[in-house]
Design a binder for this molecule. Structure first.
Ligand SMILES: C[S@@+](CC[C@H](N)C(=O)[O-])C[C@H]1O[C@@H](n2cnc3c(N)ncnc32)[C@H](O)[C@@H]1O
Length: 210
C-alpha cells in the first residue's frame, strides 16, 4: 500500500530483461518477500535466482512465496548483507528495489552499488528502484503531500499517517537524481535510464560497463 504502483513496477521490469539469454541468472539484492523473483520467474521459466536479504524474517517469507510459486528448485537464498555475499559465478542481471534509499552515508551507498556491479557480468543489467528527490526543491514537498494524500485515501488512520510521514522523513536518505546517476556511474554502471516514477518513487535500468 505504501507504494501505490508497487505491482506495476514489478511488471514494468519484465520488458527490460526480455533480451537476456535462456538460462540467465538473476540476483535480487534486498529481496524482501521476493516480489521481483516470483514475477520474473513466471516470465522466464529457464532462469535461476539468488535472493539476498539481511532479514531472516523477510527471507523466510520469500522462501514460502517461492515454494508457493513452485520455484523452489530455481532459487537459492543468502541471509546477510549483499556486500558480504560471495557469488561463485557472475549474474546476467540484478535488482535492487527500495533498498538503497535507507543507506544514508554516500560511501556506504557507493560500496553497496559497487558490490552489485562486482557480481554482474560486463554488460549485465541492473534494475534499480528507490525513493529519490531533492528535499530542498518545492516540487519535493508537493510530491510528498500528494503521495501521502493518496496513501490516506486507502483508509490509513491519521495516527498511522503521522508515523509513516515521520518514518519517511527520518529514515529515507533522499538524494536528487543527478547524485544517484553519479553514484551509479562511479560504481561501474552506464548512465541509468529512468523508466518509472510514482510520486517520489523512481525506477531505472543501467548496464554494467566495466
Ligand atoms: C523495503 S524492503 C524491499 C524488499 C523488496 N526488494 C521489495 O521490493 O519488496 C528492503 C529490504 O532490503 C533488505 N536490506 C537492506 N539492506 C540490505 C543489505 N545491505 N543487504 C541485503 N539486504 C538488505 C531489508 O532487510 C529489506 O528486506
Amino acid at each position: 500500500m505504501f507504494c501505490p504502483s508497487y505491482d506495476a513496477l514489478h511488471q514494468m521490469i519484465v520488458p527490460w530483461l526480455q533480451g537476456l539469454p535462456e538460462g540467465s541468472s538473476f540476483l535480487s539484492a534486498g529481496a524482501g518477500t521476493g516480489a521481483d523473483i516470483v514475477t520474473l520467474g513466471k516470465y522466464f521459466p529457464s532462469w535461476s535466482f539468488v535472493a539476498v536479504d539481511i532479514s531472516s524474517d523477510m527471507l523466510n517469507a520469500c522462501q514460502r512465496r517461492v515454494a508457493e510459486a513452485e520455484m523452489a528448485n530455481r532459487v537459492t537464498f543468502f541471509n546477510g548483507r549483499l556486500q558480504e555475499y560471495q557469488s561463485p559465478t557472475s549474474f546476467d542481471a540484478a535488482s535492487s528495489v527500495f533498498v538503497a534509499h535507507f543507506i544514508k552515508d554516500r560511501e556506504e551507498k557507493l560500496a553497496y552499488f559497487r558490490s552489485i556491479a562486482a557480481k554482474l557480468k560486463t554488460g549485465g543489467l541492473l534494475i534499480f528502484a528507490d525513493l529519490f528527490g531533492d528535499k530542498s526543491s518545492p516540487d519535493f514537498a508537493r510530491l510528498l503531500n500528494a503521495w501521502l494524500l493518496s496513501y490516506a485515501s486507502l483508509g490509513i488512520s491519521a495516527e498511522e499517517l503521522v508515523q509513516d510521514r515521520a518514518h519517511v522523513e527520518r529514515d529515507v536518505a533522499f538524494i536528487p537524481e543527478n547524485e544517484l546517476v553519479a553514484l551509479l556511474n562511479e560504481a561501474g554502471f552506464s548512465t541509468p535510464l529512468r523508466f518509472y516514477q510514482t510520486y517520489l518513487f523512481g525506477g531505472w535500468v543501467a548496464t554494467k560497463h566495466v
